[in-house]
Design a binder for this molecule. Sequence first.
Ligand code: SF4
Length: 180
Amino acid sequence: MNRKVKAKDRAAAVEFVNKLIEQYTTAVKGLNELFEVAPDLCYKDDGVGCCNLDTATSRKGIVGPARSKLIRQRRSKLEKHDLTPHNACAYHKINEGCILDELKSPLCTAHYCKGELDDTKYGADYVFRMLKYLLNTEARKGNRKTKIESGWRIVGEVLDYADDIKREVSDSGIETSVDG
Ligand code: SF4
């Protein structure tokens, strides 16, 4: 393989990873807004929040070819914040909650304390599975286009799902809370 072809392949692989990240962060952003509309009872109790996982666990579900870049983006976000360690997870800011926003892992995005959202309507397993699906691919050259196309369908489905839950929370008249 000559140098020109190799460079073209590398550029296509980078573009593919960037698209995966764009899809993933779009889906997480929509789901993360749920933490702003649903009450976080643990946060209210102690100002710390209920996730309280260690930093290694907070990566759970971040897989596939975009993994390294996402981890680097999370670290760079951490460096921008001057956080005092107070919690098991390095990304947790006291009185503010998680600093990661759209860079949260599938596990963290799916995490709600029991009872904070209606368990019969909010499917943590579904959220975890869909987000992991968006990242989980072997990125073979031949399947990139199909993967991106099906990825956008999943993003649309996940955003509709998040909107439905937000509507239900808002219709139920529960008071607005903060990110945990
Ligand atoms: S939600 Fe944020 S603060 Fe909580 S465990 Fe996950 S990464 Fe850490």
